[in-house]
Ligand binder design. Sequence first.
Ligand code: HEM
Length: 528
Amino acid sequence: MASHLLAEITAATAAAVLYLCWKVVSAFWISPLRAHSQLRRNGFAGPAPTFPLGNIQEMRKLALTSQTTSSSPSSSDIISHDIHLAVFPYFAQWHNSHGKVFVYWLGTEPFLYIADPEFLKAMSAGIMGKSWGKPRVFKQDREPMFGNGLVMVEGEEWVRHRHVITPAFTAPNLKAMSSLMVESTTQMLDRWSDLIADGSPTIDVEGHVTATAGEIIAKTSFGVGYETGREVVERLRAMQLALFNSNRYVGVPFSKVMCPKKTMEAKKLGREIDSLLLSIISSRKNNMMNSSYSKNNNKDLLGLLLQENHVDGKLGKTLTTRELVDECKTFFFGGHETTALAISWTLMLLAKHPEWQEELREEIRQVTGEDKQIDFTKLSSLKKMGYVMNEVLRLYSPAPNVQRQAKEDIHVGNRTIPKGTNMWIDVVAMHHDPKLWGDDAYEFKPERFEADPLYGGCKHKMGFMPFGFGGRMCVGRNLTMMEYKIVLSMILTRFSFSLSPSYVHSPAIVLSLRPTHGIPLVLRPLQS
Ligand code: HEM
């Protein structure tokens, strides 16, 4: 009897193990092979993948070769803005052999690489925001950062999130945040004045600007006076480092098991962040129930989302507490580093172009007049600053790529992109393409946006997309524009600056497009 039972258990276990093996082989070997041949049949060629790394090995090799053989100048005198080869050496190489649309593999996941705006236009025609997916591998990889926040959520869920979140970014709501930006920037500039007075006029502005942008996003997201906000920010930064400053095998089966330390650390920080945010949210909710609650005290993003929830609760346009936690994290990761990088790269470019520093100072003088203070209502008059911002976002786009996943088969001419295909849109390649921008594509020329403020004279309307495209375009772009103009006007009004001889031009991708060795500037106070 006992031996009969044992035999049954053994048989059941063997069947379960076999089934599991079949599932694994099917998910990581058979399905990818099927997808590979389907894409090839549809005319999408690309570098040959190997199992289980796909093209990762080759990408690493090319990145390493590019680092060691890079002719990119290390001196602050000669700076090349032709950065595609330096930041994406593998894509630049595959461009030459496979054109502007091809398939490459991250582990067992196929990615359709796109750097052709005409293909992009044809591919996205008629597809609404809610019908796009986001690559599953990135959703898993970045889960601790974005959870089910707006960047990652799909379908009707995305519609619900976007409806609740969009009103928080309207002009009257943003206006209320401008004083928080002025406050944090003033503190940063006072520190710069102290450093200069102490005889240290060379300052790595990137570090300072990123810290200030982190403070600003914490205040604009969770509100002033929330000491916990600082704790959240510190942990969020630590989590980002844990996730991105190590060897990564995105798309490779069981890659998390291969980097257990990183995975555990990110998970632990994730739990701590969630519990801090949960406590902020529940105390805010309690305050709203309080009779002395005033709407004016709640003009930060979280407060606005809670109000939206409050007002529209009956219409089903609500976010759960868990979703609010994910949105707070999303604002932080989506919002602070990108904006800080836009400002930092601008400072590098303006340091190289003192004539543009002067142009902008003159514009600020004209716009502010006697007040000398930049005020929210005057920001839209800073036109030249807008051209400079666009030109910086073109040359050094903080978000170097945009990702999508096909939820259904997509037809482009006589080719079909099969359902489930991931797409990787190379923004850096398009922003630097001389065929789209002309022979001066690698030059810093803000004036190209004077005649054509939206597209900078780009020959294709989808060739300039620092904030993405279509219904899923960045929800925070107006907040960025406001922060950019406030911070930059305040810096330009108090200091003139040049590049330190120690500056090393080294743009590289660490999720965003970053200056690897910071941006050391030599600052000089201006007479007020
Ligand atoms: C220079 C600054 C910024 C850049 C370059 C940038 C860039 C982008 C890009 C490229 C996308 C993807 C769009 C797409 O898939 O088509 C995006 C989406 C998003 N961004 Fe930004 N962003 C910036 C600032 C911000 C700020 C300040 C916030 C919020 C505080 C923010 C929040 C978001 C969110 C929530 C999404 C997801 C939108 C959706 O899928 O519906 N971003 N951003």
